[in-house]
Design a protein around this ligand. Structure first.
Ligand code: MGD
Ligand code: MGD
Ligand code: MO
Length: 867
C-alpha cells in the first residue's frame, strides 16, 4: 500500500515482513522468498519428490503480535509503588495491593542504583537475586543469555537458575539411560525426515501434539511433513489423555490413559514383545545393558513378582488390554517411529510425577525395536530436515554478547569467534557460577520466606551426567542472603508450581526491594516497588535465525524448512518512555560506573554488525547487502552427506552426525554413548553408583521400574480431589506471551471465553463429570484443591475421558478476587493448583502435569480465602 515500508523482524513463532506506515506498524506477514533466494533441499522417497517450501510460516501468537505492541497494558513509563519509600517506610505487606505513580527515568535509576550499592556494601552482590524467564522476545543480541547476563555478571548477583522445565523426565531419567547430557537427555534428530519419508510405516505420537507445539519456535513448518507422510500411507496414532489437535487432524487411532499411568502402558507393550518374541534380540544384546534382568522384571520374575501384562496395565491406565496388545503387535510388525513428546523428546508426560519412568519407558521401547536402524527411531516430525549444518550461525543459547560460558553454551563454538581477543571483557567474573550462590527458580519463595533451602542437582547442566547428582544449599557458604529481587518479566504465577507461594513471597519483610523490568503489566509485575518499562523487539535492533536456539538443543534450526536469518529492524520508536533492555542497562551502568565495560562504546546496531561478522554469513552476503535486504536464506549444500540420527550407534561406528557430543573424555575411543557402558542402560550405572553411595530414590530407581505416580488416581489425595488435571502448553500463546493484555488471542474462543465482560481461561472436562456436578458448557466453575482455587470457564465434551480434566498452563493474567496468594484467581493461573513437590528426592524437576483437583460450579461471588 502507498507510503508503506516493508521491514524485517522475527519472533518466537517465525520471521516476518513488517509493514510500517507513518511510524506505525500496519501488519505482519510470513516471508515469501523471491527469485534471488536460493533453492532449498530435495528428498526423493518411495518414487516421490519432496522439496523445501519457498516461504515461511508463522504461529498464531506472531500473527497477532501487533495487538501486543499497541495494547494499553504496556508499561510505558517508569513507575513507583505509591507507599514505597526507599528512605522511609517500604510497606512490603502492600505489594500486590497498592497502586503506582509515574516517576522519571532519572528517579527510577537513582532508586535502583542506590539500592544496588547499599545492598552490595551491606552483604555483597549475592544479596541481589534475579532471573529472566524461559521465553524472551526473539533476537540473539537482546536475548536473556546475551544482554541480560552481560550486565548482571558485571554487576554481580545470585541467579535463580531455571530447572530443565521442558526436559524434566529426559534430563533426570533419560540422561541416566543413554547420556545426551549436552541435550539435557533428549536424542539427536539429524536427517530423520528423509529416513521417515523413505521407511516409516507408522508413527506413535506419545504425549505429542506438533500441530500446537511445533517442536519449538517453528510455527507450522512441520505441518507439510505430516501431510507428506499421510500421502505416503503412514499411519499416525496417538497416546494422550487429551484428544489433541494433531490427533484430530491426522490420527487413525487414539489411546487415552488415565493421567499418570503411561508407563503402565509402556511396560505392558514390552511385556507383549518379550512374551511373543517381537523385539530385536540381536540389537538389544549388543546395544543395551541390564536388559535381561529388566526383562525378567517386566514378565513378573523380578522382586515385585508382578507380571506387567496388558490386563495389569488396563487396571492401572483404563486402556483396554485388547487395545494395548493391538498397539504392541502393530508397532512390532511395522517400521515404527516413536514421536515421544513434541520435539523428539519433551512431552507433557515428562513433566509429571511419572516423568522419569515415562521417559525411560519411551527409550526402552525404541531400543527394543532397533533404535537408529532405517525406519526405527525417536522422532516427532518436527526436526531433521536435510539442511546445511556446516554453515555457522549460532542460536540465542550460545550467549550473544555475554560470552557467559556458565549460563549459556557460549563456550562450545561462539565466544571465541564473537570476541576474538578484541573485547575488554568477554567473560565477566560471576558470583553465580557452579561454585557460587544460585537458587532454583521453583523454590524462590522458600529461599525468601524460609531463608534456607537444600536440594540436589543443577538444572541446566550440559556437562557430565554426574553434575545433576550434586548437593546445593542456600545460602551458599559465606554468601549473603537475598534482599533484593530483580525480576525480568513477570510470568511465574502462571508458569511455576503451587504458585500462591510466589504471590505470598512478595510480602516478606526480608525482601527489601523488588524491581520489575517488564514490557507488559502482567502477572507478578504488579508486586514490584519500581517498574522499569522495556520495549518489544519491534522497537530495537537485533539479529536471529528462524527457530534456532541451539546450545542445549544443538542445531535446532533443522525445525524450519529453510534456514532463514533475519535482521530485526527497529521498525518503530519505543512506545511511551519504554526502552530496550540494553538501553536500560546502559543507563544504569552509567550510574554504577561500569558504562564503558558494559557497552564498549557500542550501541545495539554495532553489536548486531559484530555478531553478523562473527558468523558464516559474510561468506554469502556482506553486511551492507544483508542490511539492505533484511534477511538471508542459507543456500543448500547438496554435497553434504546425509547421516540419520543414531545410525552410527546402531551400526557400531564412531558418530558421524554433526552433533556436539559426547565429548571425547566421556567415551572410549569416541565410540558409543556417554553412559559408562557406552550402551543404553536399562539398569543405569550412574544411578547404581549413586545408590551404592547411599542415595536411595524411590521415584528414580537405578533400574527402570513401574513406580505409581505420587499424585494420581492411586494417591490418597485422589479421594478428596478425584480429577486428574493435565496442563500442557497453550495452543494460541507462547506461554504467557500472547495471552491476556488485550491480545488478539483472547478473541479466540478456544483460548479464552468472555462471560459478563471478563475473559476467562478454559477448563475442558468430560460430559459425564460435568453432569455429575451440574455443570454445563460455558458455566463458570471453581477448580480447586488444598493449594488454592481458580475460576475458569467450563468447556464440556468428550476430548478427555471421565476423571481427566484439561486446562492449559501459562496464563499471563493474575487477578485474585481477594488477598493476593490467599484467594481464588480469575485470571486463570491453573499452576496455583499444581504440586511444588520435586519429581523425586534427588531430582529437582517440576511435576505440574500431576495435579489432582475438584471442580464445582462457581456462585459468582465467593472468593475462597485460605491462609
Ligand atoms: N502446568 C505446567 N506448567 C509448566 C509447563 C507445563 O507443561 N505444565 N511447562 C514448563 C515449561 S516447559 C516452561 S518453558 C515454562 C515457561 O515459564 P516462564 O519462563 O515462567 O514463562 P514465559 O512465558 O516464557 O515468560 C516470559 C517472560 O519474559 C518476559 N519477556 C519476554 N521478552 C522480554 C524482553 O525482551 N524484555 C523483558 N524485560 N521481558 C521480556 C515476558 O513478558 C514474560 O513475563 O513453564 C513451565 N510450566
Ligand atoms: N503454541 C505453543 N507452542 C509451544 C509452546 C507454547 O507455549 N505454545 N511452548 C514451547 C515449549 S517452552 C516447550 S518446552 C514445548 C513443549 O512441547 P511438549 O512437551 O511436547 O508439549 P506439551 O503441550 O507439554 O505436551 C504435548 C502433549 O502431551 C500431552 N500430555 C500431557 N501430559 C501427558 C501425560 O501424562 N501422558 C500423555 N500420554 N500425554 C500427556 C498433552 O495433552 C499434549 O497434547 O512446546 C513449545 N511450543
Ligand atoms: Mo519449555
Amino acid at each position: 500500500m502507498e507510503g508503506e515500508i516493508r521491514m524485517t523482524n522475527s519472533s518466537t513463532g517465525g520471521p516476518v515482513f513488517v509493514y510500517v506506515k507513518d511510524g506505525k506498524i500496519v501488519r505482519m506477514t510470513p516471508m515469501d522468498f523471491d527469485e534471488t533466494d536460493p533453492e532449498g533441499w530435495t528428498i526423493h522417497a518411495r518414487g516421490k519428490e519432496f522439496k523445501a517450501p519457498r516461504k515461511t510460516t508463522i504461529a498464531p501468537f506472531t500473527a497477532g503480535f501487533k495487538s501486543m505492541i499497541y495494547t494499553d497494558r504496556r508499561n510505558l513509563y517508569p513507575m513507583k509503588r505509591v507507599d514505597f519509600d526507599p528512605n522511609g517506610e517500604r510497606h512490603p505487606e502492600n505489594r500486590g495491593i497498592s497502586g503506582y505513580e509515574r516517576i522519571s527515568w532519572d528517579e527510577a535509576t537513582d532508586i535502583v542504583v542506590n539500592e544496588i550499592n547499599r545492598i552490595k556494601r551491606e552483604s555483597g552482590p549475592a544479596s541481589i537475586m534475579s532471573t529472566p524467564s524461559s521465553h524472551h522476545l526473539w533476537g540473539n543480541v537482546g536475548y536473556r543469555h546475551s544482554t541480560y547476563f552481560r550486565f548482571m555478571n558485571l554487576m554481580g548477583f545470585t541467579y535463580a537458575d531455571h530447572n530443565p522445565d521442558s526436559w524434566e523426565g529426559w534430563h533426570w531419567g533419560g540422561m541416566h539411560m543413554w547420556g545426551f547430557s549436552w541435550r539435557l537427555g533428549c536424542p539427536e534428530q539429524y536427517d530423520l525426515l528423509e529416513d521417515g519419508l523413505k521407511y516409516a510405516e507408522m508413527i506413535v505420537f506419545w504425549s505429542s501434539d506438533p500441530e500446537v507445539n511445533s517442536g519449538i519456535y517453528a510455527a507450522y513448518e512441520s505441518h507439510i511433513r505430516r501431510r507428506w507422510l499421510l500421502d505416503l500411507g503412514v499411519d499416525m496414532v496417538f497416546v494422550d489423555p487429551f484428544f489433541n489437535h494433531s490427533a484430530n487432524m491426522w490420527g487413525i487411532k487414539w489411546w487415552s490413559p488415565k493421567v499418570g499411568t503411561d508407563h503402565a502402558l509402556s511396560f505392558a507393550i514390552a511385556n507383549v514383545w518379550i512374551k511373543e518374541d517381537l523385539y530385536d534380540k540381536e540389537y538389544v544384546k549388543t546395544h543395551a545393558y541390564g536388559f535381561e534382568e529388566w526383562a525378567d522384571y517386566v514378565i513378573g520374575k523380578g522382586d515385585d513378582g508382578v507380571d506387567k501384562t496388558p490386563e495389569w496395565a488396563e487396571k492401572e491406565s483404563g486402556v483396554p488390554a485388547v487395545e494395548i496388545r493391538a498397539l504392541a503387535r502393530q508397532w512390532a510388525k511395522k517400521n515404527t517411529y516413536l514421536a515421544a513428546g513434541g520435539m523428539g523428546g519433551w512431552g507433557g508426560a515428562c513433566r509429571a510425577t511419572h516423568g522419569i519412568e515415562w521417559t525411560r519407558g519411551m527409550i526402552a521401547l525404541a531400543t527394543m525395536q532397533g533404535l537408529g536402524k532405517p525406519g526405527s527411531n525417536i522422532w516427532s516430525t518436527t526436526q531433521g530436515v536435510p539442511t546445511d549444518y556446516e554453515f555457522f550461525f549460532p542460536g540465542y543459547a550460545e550467549g550473544g554478547i555475554s560470552g557467559d560460558c556458565d549460563n549459556s553454551a557460549a563456550g562450545f563454538k561462539f565466544a571465541w569467534r564473537m570476541f576474538d581477543g578484541k573485547t575488554t571483557f568477554p567473560a565477566p567474573v560471576k558470583v553465580n557460577n557452579a561454585q557460587g550462590q544460585h537458587i532454583p527458580r521453583l523454590k524462590i519463595p522458600e529461599c525468601i520466606m524460609d531463608k534456607k533451602f537444600e536440594w540436589y542437582g543443577k538444572g541446566f547442566c550440559g556437562g557430565a551426567i554426574e553434575y545433576q547428582l550434586q548437593p546445593y544449599h542456600y545460602p551458599a557458604n559465606g554468601y549473603g542472603r537475598i534482599k533484593m529481587y530483580w525480576k525480568y518479566g513477570g510470568p511465574h504465577i502462571g508458569t511455576m508450581t503451587a504458585t500462591n507461594r510466589y504471590a505470598k513471597m512478595y510480602t516478606d519483610p526480608g525482601l527489601e526491594f523488588v524491581v520489575s523490568q517488564s514490557i507488559w503489566n502482567e502477572g507478578e509485575v504488579q508486586f514490584a516497588d519500581v517498574i522499569l518499562p522495556a520495549c518489544t523487539n519491534f522497537e530495537r535492533w537485533d539479529i536471529s535465525e528462524f527457530a534456532n536456539c541451539s546450545g542445549y538443543i544443538p542445531d535446532n534450526f533443522q525445525m524450519a524448512n529453510n534456514r532463514v536469518i533475519s535482521l530485526q529492524c527497529k521498525c518503530i520508536e519505543p512506545l511511551g518512555e519504554s526502552k530496550s533492555d540494553y538501553e536500560i542497562y546502559a543507563m544504569l551502568s552509567k550510574k554504577l560506573g561500569i558504562y564503558d565495560i558494559f557497552t564498549e562504546g557500542k550501541d545495539e546496531l554495532d553489536w548486531v554488525k559484530q555478531y553478523y561478522n562473527a558468523t558464516d554469513c559474510p561468506k554469502v552476503m556482506p553486511w551492507e547487502e544483508f542490511f539492505k535486504k533484511g534477511y538471508m536464506v542459507v543456500p543448500d549444500n547438496p554435497d553434504r552427506k546425509r547421516t540419520p540420527a543414531l545410525r552410527w550407534f546402531a551400526e557400531d561406528r564412531v558418530r558421524d552426525t554433526p552433533d556436539w557430543g559426547p565429548a571425547p573424555n566421556q567415551t572410549v575411543g569416541l565410540k558409543g554413548l556417554q553412559t559408562t557402558t557406552g550402551k543404553i542402560e536399562f539398569i543405569s550405572t550412574s544411578l547404581s553408583r549413586f545408590e551404592e553411595q547411599g542415595y536411595i530414590d524411590e521415584y528414580r530407581p537405578a533400574m527402570h521400574k513401574y513406580v505409581p505416580a505420587w499424585e494420581s488416581w492411586h494417591a490418597e489425595v485422589a479421594k478428596k480431589y478425584p480429577l486428574g488435571m493435565l496442563s500442557p502448553h497453550p495452543r494460541f500463546s507462547m506461554h504467557t506471551m500472547g495471552d491476556g493484555k488485550d491480545s488478539f488471542m483472547n478473541d479466540i474462543k478456544d483460548h479464552r471465553v468472555e462471560v459478563d465482560g471478563w475473559k476467562y481461561w478454559i477448563i475442558r472436562m468430560n460430559s459425564v463429570d460435568a453432569e455429575a456436578r451440574g455443570i454445563k458448557d460455558g458455566d463458570l466453575v471453581r477448580a480447586f484443591n488444598d493449594r488454592g482455587s481458580v475460576i475458569l470457564c467450563a468447556q464440556v465434551g468428550e476430548r478427555v475421558q471421565p476423571g481427566t480434566v484439561h486446562s492449559y498452563e501459562s496464563c499471563a493474567e493474575y487477578a485474585p478476587l481477594g488477598k493476593p496468594g490467599c484467594s481464588a484467581d480469575r485470571g486463570g493461573c491453573v499452576n496455583i493448583l499444581t504440586p511444588d513437590r520435586y519429581m523425586s528426592k534427588y531430582a529437582c524437576g517440576m511435576a505440574p502435569n500431576s495435579a489432582q483437583i475438584e471442580v464445582e460450579k462457581w456462585d459468582g461471588e465467593s472468593i475462597y480465602e485460605i491462609y
